[in-house]
Design a protein around this ligand. Structure first.
Ligand SMILES: NC(=O)c1ccc[n+]([C@@H]2O[C@H](COP(=O)([O-])OP(=O)(O)OC[C@H]3O[C@@H](n4cnc5c(N)ncnc54)[C@H](OP(=O)(O)O)[C@@H]3O)[C@@H](O)[C@H]2O)c1
Length: 316
């Protein structure tokens, strides 16, 4: 028994000692383009922390005018002042956006459209994961409402400006968790059956189907769309689950940092010549495979139509 324990602790020690190299190995791709984007306008949701904040930082470093769209303006201001100080770019702004409330999304869009005549990059980054069952202000299940419908409505409201500013891009954050997802049209609000892990998976599948359908409908407009799995990243995403918080803490030496997690979003926002890959899914700065369900064109079309109905919009 003592020998087994000794071997196990030796194994753990070696694992943790080699953690920096393992982390480097799993760090994935790096956005290698050196393109600078002075004056380009970027909106990024949920950029007060995590992957979004690091994405915003790098875009600000490259000269963009960055709008941090977040639900907690104080947290947003703290992130913005950190980014401004770090990048010496004063053009980093904070605007209130709560994706769990369509009124807030409309108010954000109205204000943004009134103050900015251009929008070159929209990054739908914000997300919630494994929340206990709850509904948004408009009565949508929280994962579906925030991760999918909130960003669907935001994109719809800003699309005119993206088209006027073409070439422009939309980058949606999904996850490898979409492999466990299914669009349950008979129970989109999870009222009949709810498992929080699967609710997250379903919403991340919706992000991919939305991107595919968006890219199809935007052909020829100069606006392109991409969807991203950022990797397993040490962020606050697991805050709603004690078990996941513990696992994240335990395995933190092996996970990507938020800076590493931002690389694929940055690649999709910045890399030259990506236009022919509009609608595709990226991981580690490379196009990669999606689940069979994420390739289903009929589901993508149906989800689009149902999303429009739920939001009371017409988007042909
Ligand atoms: N971390 C990972 O391992 C991982 C893996 C795959 C995919 N992703 C995806 O990557 C994206 C970024 O996640 P992260 O890891 O950076 O997580 P995070 O650190 O928890 O950041 C999530 C951001 O979303 C914001 N947000 C949540 N609900 C919102 C709402 N109703 N309205 C507006 N903003 C809201 C949060 O704001 P508050 O700070 O105010 O809550 C926060 O700024 C998510 O879409 C996530 O699904 C992450």
């Amino acid at each position: 028994m003592l020998v087994i324990l000794g071997l196990f602790s030796a194994f753990l020690s070696i694992l943790y000692l080699t953690a920096p190299s393992i982390r480097k190995f799993f760090a994935g791709g790096v956005c290698t383009t050196s393109v600078q984007i002075p004056g380009k306008v970027v909106v990024i949701t949920g950029a007060n922390t995590g992957i979004g904040k690091e994405t915003a930082r790098e875009l600000a470093r490259r000269g963009a005018r960055v709008y941090i769209a977040c639900r907690d303006v104080l947290k947003g201001e703290s992130a913005a002042s950190d980014i401004r100080a770090d990048t010496k770019n004063s053009q980093v702004f904070v605007r209130k956006l709560d994706l769990s409330d369509t009124k807030s999304i409309r108010a954000f869009a109205e204000r943004f459209l009134a103050e900015e005549k251009k929008l070159h990059i929209l990054i739908n980054n914000a997300g919630v994961m494994v929340c206990p069952y709850s509904k948004t202000t408009d009565g949508f299940e929280t994962h579906f409402g925030v991760n999918h419908l909130g960003h669907f409505l935001l994109t719809y409201l800003l699309l005119g400006r993206l088209k006027e500013s073409a070439p422009s891009r939309v980058v949606n954050l999904s996850s490898v968790a979409h492999f466990g997802g299914k669009i349950r049209f008979h129970d989109l609000q999870g009222e009949k059956c709810y498992y929080r892990v699967f609710a997250y998976c379903h919403s991340k599948l919706a992000n991919i189907l939305f991107t595919r359908e968006l890219a199809k409908r935007l052909q020829g407009t100069g606006v392109t769309a991409y969807v991203v799995h950022p990797g397993i990243v040490m962020s606050e995403i697991v805050r709603h689950s004690i078990l996941l918080c513990l696992l994240w803490r335990l395995f933190s030496p092996f996970f990507k940092s938020t800076r590493q997690g931002a690389q694929t979003s940055l690649h999709c926002a910045l890399a030259e010549g990506l236009e022919p890959l509009s609608g595709k899914y990226f991981r580690d700065c490379k196009r990669t495979w999606v689940s069979p369900r994420a390739r289903n064109k009929k589901t993508a079309e149906r989800l689009w139509n149902v999303s429009c109905e739920l939001l009371g919009i017409q988007w042909d």
